[in-house]
Ligand binder design. Structure first.
Ligand SMILES: [Zn+2]
Length: 234
């Protein structure tokens, strides 16, 4: 091999090494740009999903529900010692929130269950109101009469049983909205404040309403929504 040829080969080798280094540099550069683009895309996507969820569905605790009188279906139970004793209360000092512990059952199902206790004598149970899965409300017992729901607070509170779709006891949006509206409307009707709204748990320590006992933050948010509604009478 001539020296000239040898030099040429070395030169070509050097050149091709430089080119491949340059190539590698570009590839890394491109990968970096691509990574940043993907991250930006994901961030934008995240905020778009959040915004679309936010439309018309405010976070609980800031739902801005007003305490106008809700529509409710009055289906008073017949007077009987198992669900409607017909005893008047002296005063109304609070509202007690419950969950039905009967996943998927409607307000009507629960109302019928209370009514049937008059015949089957299975237990003593009832509630002044029931809020259903579609936000419907049934009144079973007049507010000034005792319901068998809240143990030692039966005599000075109004009880609200709330339906829930599953075992978690979480109230869906339609149910939640009606519950806030009904609770706040009752508060205004009887001169009560949000801190006079309690859970069955606060009376007896029972895990009722389940989700609000197991999630204190959800309960606090509910009370915030009730307090807002009490101030805004529509
Ligand atoms: Zn209860």
């Amino acid at each position: 091999m001539t020296k000239r040829r040898e030099r040429k080969i070395k030169r070509n080798l050097r050149k091709s090494r430089e080119q491949s280094r340059l190539h590698r540099g570009w590839r890394q550069h491109l990968a970096g740009i691509l990574l940043v683009a993907v991250i930006i895309f994901l961030i934008v996507l995240f905020f778009m999903i959040r915004c679309s969820r936010g439309t018309g569905k405010a976070e609980r605790g800031s739902m801005k529900i007003e305490s106008v009188k809700p529509d409710f279906d009055v289906q008073l139970l017949s007077i009987n010692e198992y669900s409607r004793p017909g005893i008047e209360v002296d005063s109304i000092e609070g509202i007690v929130i419950h969950y039905t512990a009967n996943p998927g059952a409607s307000a009507q199902d629960n109302r019928n269950y209370f009514e049937n206790l008059a015949k089957n004598h299975k237990t003593k149970a009832s509630s002044n109101f029931i809020v259903g899965l579609d936000g419907e409300i049934i009144q079973c017992i007049p507010t000034w009469e005792i319901a068998y729901a809240s143990n030692e607070r039966n005599g000075d509170t109004v009880s609200i049983e709330v339906c829930h779709p599953d075992e978690t006891g979480y109230f869906n949006d339609a149910t939640y909205r009606s519950l806030v509206q009904l609770t706040a409307w009752l508060c205004n009707k009887y001169g009560l404040k949000a801190d006079q709204v309690i859970r069955h748990y606060d009376v007896t320590g029972k895990n009722c309403p389940k989700y609000f006992v197991e999630h204190e933050d959800a309960w606090d948010n509910f009370l915030k929504d009730v307090a807002y509604a009490i101030k805004h009478k529509g």
